[in-house]
Design a protein around this ligand. Structure first.
Ligand SMILES: [Fe+2]
Ligand SMILES: [Fe+2]
Length: 329
C-alpha cells in the first residue's frame, strides 16, 4: 500500500454489515504508514476468523475514501430491511438506526467539521433516537421513512447533525433545545413519505411545473402527518413547515422573510441546503466540497439564508476556523 495511503479513512466495525460481501477493500493499520488488507471487495466479511480479531474489534479499521458511499449505502439498505421486519423488537430497530447514524456521522466527519462539536452532536443524535424509541408512532414513521429511500434517511440524519452543529456554533447549548432541533431536522422531509418512489427518484432538474408544485406540498403534508402524533413540540412543527423558506422571502410554502421565520427553521433551511450540496445521492450525482458549498451559497445563490446561521456554519467547519485563525495571527 504506498501511494493510496492518503485516500484511506477510518471506520469502525459497526460500519460493516456482517455476513454480506464487502463493498470495498478493508484495511488494518499495523503502524504509521503500514496497512494490511484484511478483507477484499466482493468477498464475505470474515474478520472473526482473523487471529488478531481482538485487536481490530475496538480499533479503527480503514477503507478507501471513494468506497465510503458504498459502505454507507449497504448499511442503510440493511437497516431498511430490518425496519420492515415486523417481528423484530423496537430496540433492535432503534439499534439499527443508531448504527446507520454512526455511518452518516463518519461521512459528516469527512466533511471537516470541528471534532469537539461533532462529539456532542453524536450524543444529541443518539438521545433523539431514544426519544423516537419511546414514541411508538414516531418509530413507525421512521420505519416507513427507512423503507422509502436510503437517500432520504441518510439525508435526514445528515441534516439533523449539521443543524445541531450550526446551533452549537451559535451558542445554543441547552440539551432540550438541541434535541428539538435534531428531532425536527430528522423529520423535516417526513411529508415525502407518501410520495411514489419513482417520483422521488426523478432528477429535480427534470421536474415539470406540475411536478414542482406537487413536490413543494411535502412541507405542508409533513405537518399534517405529525399532527397525528401526540406531543410533537411546536418547534418541530415549525421546522417541518418552514424548512424550504429562506430569509429573503423566496422560499415556499409562504415566502416568509427572516423576521417571520421560526429561529429553528432558519438553521434547518441552511443545513438542508448545505447537505444537498455536499452529499452525493441520486438527486446530486456530483457533490461539492464544504468550502465549495459555502462559496456556492454565498456567491451563486446570493446567500439567501439567515446571516448568523451562515456565519455559525462557516465557524464550525474546520476550514472556516483555519481561516479565522489566520486572520487573528
Ligand atoms: Fe424538503
Ligand atoms: Fe431536505
Amino acid at each position: 500500500m504506498g501511494k493510496d495511503l492518503n485516500s484511506l479513512i477510518p471506520i469502525t466495525m459497526d460500519d460493516i454489515v456482517p455476513n454480506v460481501n464487502l463493498p470495498g477493500d478493508v484495511f488494518f493499520k499495523l503502524s504509521e504508514d503500514n496497512f494490511v488488507v484484511i478483507g477484499r471487495e466482493g468477498t464475505r466479511e470474515q474478520f472473526k476468523d482473523l487471529h488478531f480479531f481482538d485487536k481490530i474489534k475496538n480499533a479503527n479499521i480503514y477503507i478507501k475514501k471513494p468506497d465510503l458511499r458504498k459502505f454507507s449505502s449497504l448499511k442503510v439498505l440493511s437497516a431498511s430491511e430490518v425496519m420492515k421486519n415486523d417481528k423484530l423488537p423496537v430496540e433492535a430497530k432503534i439499534n439499527t438506526l443508531s448504527q446507520t447514524l454512526n455511518t452518516v456521522f463518519t461521512s459528516i466527519h469527512q466533511l471537516g467539521f470541528n471534532n469537539e462539536a461533532l462529539g456532542n452532536t453524536k450524543f444529541i443524535a443518539n438521545s433523539v433516537l431514544k426519544i423516537i424509541d419511546e414514541t411508538p408512532k414516531l418509530s413507525s414513521l421512521m420505519s416507513i421513512m427507512n423503507s422509502i429511500s436510503e437517500d432520504l434517511v441518510r439525508h435526514s440524519m445528515a441534516v439533523s447533525m449539521v443543524s445541531v452543529l450550526i446551533s452549537q456554533s451559535k451558542g445554543w447549548n441547552n440539551p432540550s433545545i438541541l434535541e428539538k432541533m435534531a428531532l425536527g431536522a430528522l423529520l423535516h422531509d417526513i411529508g415525502l413519505k407518501e410520495y411514489p418512489k419513482e417520483f422521488l427518484a426523478k432528477p429535480r432538474v427534470e421536474y415539470t411545473a406540475e411536478d414542482l408544485e406537487y413536490y413543494q406540498k411535502h412541507s405542508f403534508r409533513g405537518v399534517e402527518i405529525l399532527k397525528t402524533v401526540e406531543n410533537i413540540p411546536q418547534e418541530v412543527m415549525a421546522i417541518v413547515y418552514e424548512h424550504h423558506e429562506n430569509s429573503i422571502g423566496q422560499g415556499y410554502p409562504r415566502s416568509l422573510r427572516d423576521v417571520r421565520l421560526h429561529p429553528f427553521s432558519k438553521v434547518v433551511a441552511l443545513a438542508d441546503a448545505f447537505c444537498e450540496l455536499t452529499f452525493k445521492d441520486t438527486q446530486n450525482p456530483t457533490t461539492r466540497t464544504p468550502d465549495e458549498a459555502v462559496n456556492f451559497i454565498e456567491h451563486t445563490l446570493g446567500q439567501p439564508f439567515n446571516k448568523e446561521c451562515f456565519t455559525a456554519l462557516k465557524n464550525v467547519l474546520t476550514f472556516g476556523i483555519r481561516k479565522a485563525s489566520v486572520k487573528i495571527v
